[in-house]
Design a protein around this ligand. Structure first.
Ligand SMILES: Nc1ncnc2c1ncn2[C@@H]1O[C@H](COP(=O)(O)OP(=O)(O)O)[C@@H](O)[C@H]1O
Ligand SMILES: [Mg+2]
Length: 274
């Protein structure tokens, strides 16, 4: 294993590559300048990541020496109680936030050697992020919000691509609505369309079904895993939704700042999905 230096049981299990080979990502567009990572290779490798925040005289350790490797095409669920640090972890893994300690490689690049612009350039078009609070721009329509990531990686026919993504999440009738004219669940679906519109290799989603009713949630879950299977999109999902988590290749639990395997016996039996 290329990244087996972790000493702790939690990190060696969390860092295990998937057993099954996944489909190569065949529909990258010609304007991608960096070659895609072959299937099965790590798209992300975190080594002893820690995150501490200081509040007055107190230092709070949110994440403690946490290690994780995620292979191309893999789907990983991260579960954990509210306040466990899941959103903090996702932000770190995506390079949106910086660790207090430890190293993170995204697509093989050590993020500590990149400044904020360098990290944004690395992510452009290759990483999608669905924020827990959506983070849609309030003055832009649903369509304009979905078009935003394409400003960094322009594509031919991008208006049509954005519309087609809004249709996939069931919002074809809402493309000109502003976020405030949309329900929480509809905003969440715009955020999902925005995350996927560039056909990214890696998508982070923070509780992507948290604001959806059961039926819409099930449709979105199907959509995520169809993309995972057909386009090879790597998924790293924070969720409380066991129906979503149990469809992932790997389920991890964040507790006391550390990642550990989530026991399948802990899944809810009611409404547990497939
Ligand atoms: N910048 C910060 N300053 C102080 N505390 C923070 C900061 N960011 C997160 N926290 C705290 O860290 C903990 C983890 O937060 P979060 O990652 O949002 O958890 P989760 O997503 O699992 O609910 C919470 O107790 C939160 O209050
Ligand atoms: Mg959170």
């Amino acid at each position: 294993m290329p990244y087996s230096s972790d000493k702790t049981a939690q990190s060696s299990t969390a860092g295990t590559p998937p057993q099954t080979a996944s489909q190569p990502n065949t529909d990258r567009t010609a304007n991608d300048k960096v070659p895609s990572i072959p299937s099965g290779r790590p798209v992300l490798h975190a080594e002893r990541l820690s995150k501490k925040v200081t509040n007055g005289e107190r230092t709070l350790t949110i994440l403690h020496e946490l290690s994780l490797s995620v292979a191309a095409g893999e789907s990983v669920a991260i579960l954990g109680k509210s306040g466990a640090g899941k959103s903090t972890l996702l932000g770190l893994l995506a390079g949106l936030d910086t660790p207090s300690d430890g190293e993170l490689r995204l697509f093989g690049q050590p993020l500590s050697r990149l400044d904020e612009d360098g990290r944004a350039a690395l992510r452009a078009g290759r990483v999608g992020f669905v924020f827990q609070n959506f983070q849609l721009l309030p003055t832009l329509s649903a369509l304009e919000n979905v078009l935003l990531p394409l400003e960094l990686v322009p594509r031919v026919g991008e208006n049509q691509m954005a519309k087609s993504w809004l249709a996939k999440v069931g919002l074809e009738e809402r493309i000109n609505h502003l976020p405030k004219q949309l329900s929480g669940g509809e905003q969440q679906r715009v955020a999902i369309a925005r995350a996927f519109v560039t056909d990214p290799e890696l998508v982070f989603a923070d509780e992507p079904t948290g604001n959806l009713d059961a039926d819409t949630g099930a449709q979105i879950i199907d959509l995520l895993f169809t993309l995972n299977r057909e386009a090879g999109t790597t998924l790293i999902l924070v969720t409380h939704d066991h129906a979503l988590a149990r469809r992932c290749d790997r389920c991890l639990q964040l507790d006391q700042g550390r990642l550990m395997p989530f026991a399948s016996s802990d899944f809810n039996t009611v409404g547990g999905g497939q």
